[in-house]
Design a protein around this ligand. Sequence first.
Ligand SMILES: [Zn+2]
Ligand SMILES: [Zn+2]
Length: 140
Amino acid sequence: MTRTASCQCGQLSLAVEGEPALVSVCNCTRCQKRSGSAFSVSSRWSSSQVRDRAGKGLTYSRKGASGGTVQFLFCPQCGSTVSTSLELLPDVIGIPVGCFADPAFPGPKVAAWCESKLEWVQFPEGLLLLRDQSQPMETP
Ligand SMILES: [Zn+2]
Ligand SMILES: [Zn+2]
């Protein structure tokens, strides 16, 4: 199965093949600021699953809260982030689930950084809630 993730204006896109290795929610304050939302939802892929990348992108890098550098690829026209990568997980590409605009996209298994979760947010039963930062869960 091939899925295409794109920014809101459609200029920047990438295609991925197969299924995501993990779908996770992140409640960290950086994800809240980046997305402008209560939390981010991200899918993890191995870089070999990524097919065509089309359009122009810019990157923003910062220090990851779990260590290493986090890099974001975003559309210079509309600002949407279409992929993220972590220095700590070099073979992994993160793609925000919203970029697929697919109601049938698999749901999250894990919610990270629950200590900064907005108080009103309640995740479905069965979701693994992580509080400690021992894993580089932040993003992707
Ligand atoms: Zn765009
Ligand atoms: Zn985060």
